[in-house]
Design a protein around this ligand. Structure first.
Ligand code: ADP
Length: 657
């Protein structure tokens, strides 16, 4: 006899809520139903292993079937099944009361429930007009049960005949959700959520192309082969000892079928305490910020796909990695904002950070040479981590590397020791020199080498940020990084016995004015002219660029709120090398004149007496000054267009003289 009843305790408000999910991720209904089918199957296996379920378990595949004529989608399992009492308890009572409790809690926060929160079995009503359950319990004398509900609190339940053990859940798909009756839609959803479930999921028959036709694949006995969606034994669930490098690589491509590149290396996560976590993280080659994040880390809960949007769940730099993380402690049915604040999720994230750092430290310790080979490909990741996660910085400082232009690698401590003797300035501060472009800075690098200095190569996207961080961590001023072209080498690392010139300020002023006179009005802002006693064999005139300004400009490209620097024009110092014979010759040619100058007086001040002053001027040397200035531009790669053509012509003319 059929039973009629009203579902749940006070369930009038449940169905409107389920309908609300119509606006969110309805597709998760399939994940929910298949998870239930898999759970029921796993429970049966457990009962069998302890002898409570007798006999051969037989076929345990979960099947998904579409009937287009009847507009139904069925999820069918051979698990433990349910008796009528169990249906009443688990479907009629528990599920609703659970949802009700949740509703009560989040009444005012519909945002929190729309999203990844699923109602388990009841999510089926998101896409169905009617849902039916046919179930036959594994218990020896149980009668099969048929439950049916049309999306209102009323259900019917009656005895039925079902030949096989297990449960069929039949969804009568709502007109609006016809897409869930399409093979292609269901297949892609199954591949998204069920790719690695521990029980085989079959969807239709396996097909292949033969002689231009799609035909069903047959096994050696001529039997049609089912289309199995999932790999029930994915690499991360296996013991690391069982797996070879090839297995890890093969799994990488299984995860990301579109990815051609091989990963650099991997980390197999396996934690039992204080929470359960397994997974495999892969280090991809990271060339620039652009090509990352195409393949995302996938989050699983007991092999059920949860999300691949792990930003905010794990620290941002970890999202540069690929792979899977699986933890039963990651709540499956909650919204993302809830995930972020979840304590387990936080612990998991902290743990992964530690594991990643440990692995890198171990690799560095075990095989420095190999680690150095990989460095250029992983440094963006490591620097990103150091810049954004203090804990990671502390761990990574032991293996984060600096590379010099000869291609030698050092940790920061090693490097400091290496340059300590030669590159400590007169105030006891360490000065590290670097270049982003050894070709462009060739002449500067040569000068540094002559002095026995070392030059680092800093051509990575985050290098400038990284060195700023190193400077901040060092005791105030004790460690500075300066680009090799940011001043004369003598000024970059000042020593006690600094060379000085013997010229008066007036003479230098005259020199400066002579060069300034060459600059077109528009360029006056860009060049700041000064005199320095550099080495006598350095160039007579050269350009340097202030470290601070340049660095701010570079950093402004990555950081918001710094656009002020980004908009400033590039500024250069035009350095006149007073140690150079050519410049000394020019000084010799300067004419001096005694002038009387009345100092300016401010309002209300007594007029000041005139002072005598010597003014130096250089005339008739414009050609040569131009040539010197252009050589400075040329040496720093800035002589272009018309200026370059003029320089070439002038040089030829000079040779002809
Ligand atoms: P949850 O799975 O989160 O417990 P559900 O609403 O999805 O919540 O299911 C409620 C209960 O109904 C399950 O815990 C299980 O006992 C039972 N159940 C659901 N689907 C099946 C199934 N296919 N086979 C056996 N039992 C099932």
């Amino acid at each position: 006899m059929a039973t009629k009843g009203n579902i749940g305790v006070t369930s009038d408000n449940i169905f409107p809520v389920i309908k609300k999910f119509l606006y969110s991720d309805h597709e998760i209904f399939l994940r929910e139903l298949i998870s239930n089918a898999v759970d029921a199957t796993q429970k049966l296996k457990t009962l069998s292993s302890v002898g409570e379920a007798k006999g051969d378990l037989g076929d345990l595949r979960v099947r998904v079937l579409i009937d287009k004529k009847k507009n139904t989608l069925t999820v069918s399992d051979h698990g433990i099944g349910m008796t009528a009492e169990e249906v009443d308890k688990y479907i009629n009572q528990i599920a609703f009361s659970g949802a009700e409790e949740f509703l009560g809690k989040y009444k005012d926060k519909t945002e929190a429930i729309i999203g990844h929160f699923g109602l388990g079995f009841y999510s089926a009503f998101m896409v169905s007009d009617k849902v039916e359950i046919f179930s036959q319990s594994y218990l020896p004398d149980a009668k099969a049960v048929h439950w049916s509900c049309s999306g209102d609190p009323e259900y019917t339940m009656e005895e039925t005949i079902k030949s096989e053990r297990g449960t069929d859940v039949v969804l009568h798909i709502n007109e609006e959700f016809k897409q869930y009756l399409e093979d292609a839609t269901i297949e892609s959803l199954l591949r998204k959520y069920c790719k690695f479930l521990p029980v085989e999921i079959a969807f239709g028959m396996k097909k292949e192309w033969k002689d231009g036709k799609e035909v069903v694949v047959r096994d050696e006995n001529g039997k049609e082969v089912e289309n199995i969606i999932n790999n029930t034994n994915p690499a991360w669930t296996r013991k690391p000892a069982e797996l070879k490098d090839e297995d890890y690589k093969a799994f990488y491509h299984e995860l990301y079928p579109m990815q051609m590149d091989e990963p650099l290396f991997h980390i197999h996560l396996n934690v039992d305490y204080p929470f359960h976590l397994t997974g495999i993280l892969y280090f991809p080659r990271i060339k620039s910020n652009l090509d990352v994040k195409r393949n995302k880390i996938q989050l699983y809960c007991n092999q059920v796909f949860v999300t691949d949007e792990v930003e905010n769940i794990v620290p941002e730099y970890l999202t540069l990695l690929h792979g899977v993380i699986d933890s039963p402690d990651i709540p499956l049915n909650v919204s993302r904002s809830y995930l972020q604040s979840d304590n387990n999720v936080k612990k998991i994230s902290g743990h992964i950070t530690k594991k990643v750092a440990d692995k890198l430290a171990e690799m560095y310790k075990n095989d420095k040479e190999d680690f150095e080979k990989k460095w250029d490909d992983i440094k963006l990741f490591i620097q990103f981590g150091m810049l954004t996660d203090e804990k990671f910085y502390e761990r990574a400082i032991g293996f984060a590397l600096l590379k010099n232009i000869q291609g030698e690698y050092f940790t920061l401590e090693e490097y400091k020791a290496k340059i300590k003797d030669a590159q400590t300035d007169k105030d006891g501060n360490l000065v590290a020199l670097y270049t982003q472009d050894p070709d462009a800075h060739y002449t500067f690098i040569e000068r540094a080498k002559e002095k026995g200095y070392d030059v680092l190569l800093m051509n990575g996207e985050l290098d400038v940020h990284q060195i700023s961080q190193f400077e901040q961590k060092a005791e105030e001023g004790k460690l500075r990084f300066v680009r090799i072209d940011s001043d004369t080498i003598e000024n970059l690392i000042r020593k006690e016995d600094q060379a000085k010139d013997t010229y008066s300020n007036e003479q230098k002023e005259g020199l400066r004015k002579a060069f300034e006179g060459l600059l077109p009005e528009t360029d006056k802002l860009r060049y700041f002219v000064s005199c320095e006693a550099a080495a006598s064999d350095a160039l007579p005139v050269f350009l340097t660029q202030n470290e601070f300004m340049r660095r701010m400009k570079e950093m402004s490209q990555h950081q918001q709120g710094m656009s002020f620097y980004g908009q400033m024009p590039d500024q250069y110092n035009l350095v006149i090398n007073t140690s150079h014979p050519l410049i000394q010759e020019l000084v010799g040619k300067m004419q001096s004149e005694e002038v009387e100058e009345v100092p300016e007086t401010k309002e209300g001040e007594e007029p000041k007496a005139a002072v005598k002053k010597t003014v130096y001027t250089l005339t008739g040397e414009d050609e040569r000054l131009h040539q010197l200035f252009d050589i400075a531009l040329l040496a720093s790669g800035q002589l272009k267009g018309e200026s370059l053509a003029k320089f070439v012509n002038r040089s030829v003319a000079l040779l002809e003289n």
